[in-house]
Design a protein around this ligand. Sequence first.
Ligand SMILES: NC(=O)c1ccc[n+]([C@@H]2O[C@H](COP(=O)([O-])OP(=O)(O)OC[C@H]3O[C@@H](n4cnc5c(N)ncnc54)[C@H](OP(=O)(O)O)[C@@H]3O)[C@@H](O)[C@H]2O)c1
Length: 252
Amino acid sequence: MKPVLEGTAALVTGASSGIGAATAAALAAQGAAVALAARRVDRLDGLAAQIRGQGGTALVLECDVTQQDQAAAAVERTVAELGRLDTLVNNAGVMLLGPAAGAPLAEWQQMVDLNVLGLLYCAHAALPHLQRAAADGPRQVADMVNISSVAGRHARLGNGVYALTKFGVGAFSESLRQELAGQYVRVSLVEPGATATELASHNRPEILESLSSQFGQRMEADDIADAISYIVTRPRHVAVNEMLIRPTEQQR
Ligand SMILES: NC(=O)c1ccc[n+]([C@@H]2O[C@H](COP(=O)([O-])OP(=O)(O)OC[C@H]3O[C@@H](n4cnc5c(N)ncnc54)[C@H](OP(=O)(O)O)[C@@H]3O)[C@@H](O)[C@H]2O)c1
């Protein structure tokens, strides 16, 4: 049987680790040519070699999506080298936790720059290509999948600015979904709970220490990639608008 995403091209931001890397591999397994964007090129090269080894097509894009010109260039290179853009997975993100009082402002800036502005820069650059893919592409439908979090629905003590960024991703996604529904550009929001990736490791040591006592059951990056893969392989008339996914034991 022909793979569902054969003939399509996908761009995954934050593809050098965790959920992004697993998602790129999953979309390649469904037949998509995948563009892998992140700052750590050695990691992207490794993943690209793995995808090519399995007969897939992968393009490595060194890119800091907080820089508007680099985000736009990543989209344009995807289209130039893979011929089109049918799927954008806006995944790159950072989670820096802790009390608001006395927090380093640089951490807040980093989260807003990446989780909000980086996502917006990629979305803005990708939109005309997604609209074109939906109008005349092989599947007559295109996808933007934005990665939020349980924190995009529930603010908790110590996650205020991270939650702010993810609530924002949810608001933008829902508005854009309404704008593009009639054009068959589907906009989906994925809200993972605790997942074993590098995400928490970027916190300050004292925050990490307090976090480690809270770690319970965690999902694997592949579990979230599986959900994203499900979303973008639905038939043209089915749009999965939102998916909240927790490890079974996670209560909050
Ligand atoms: N893990 C969880 O429990 C969890 C739960 C809910 C939501 N999420 C969300 O899932 C998404 C992926 O996170 P993850 O858990 O897979 O964490 P991760 O392993 O830390 O992956 C984050 C990715 O973002 C990339 N990135 C960071 N800064 C970047 C920049 N300026 N430009 C381009 N790429 C950048 C990183 O690559 P480079 O460093 O190479 O640039 C990396 O590939 C995030 O949006 C996160 O908020 C995760």
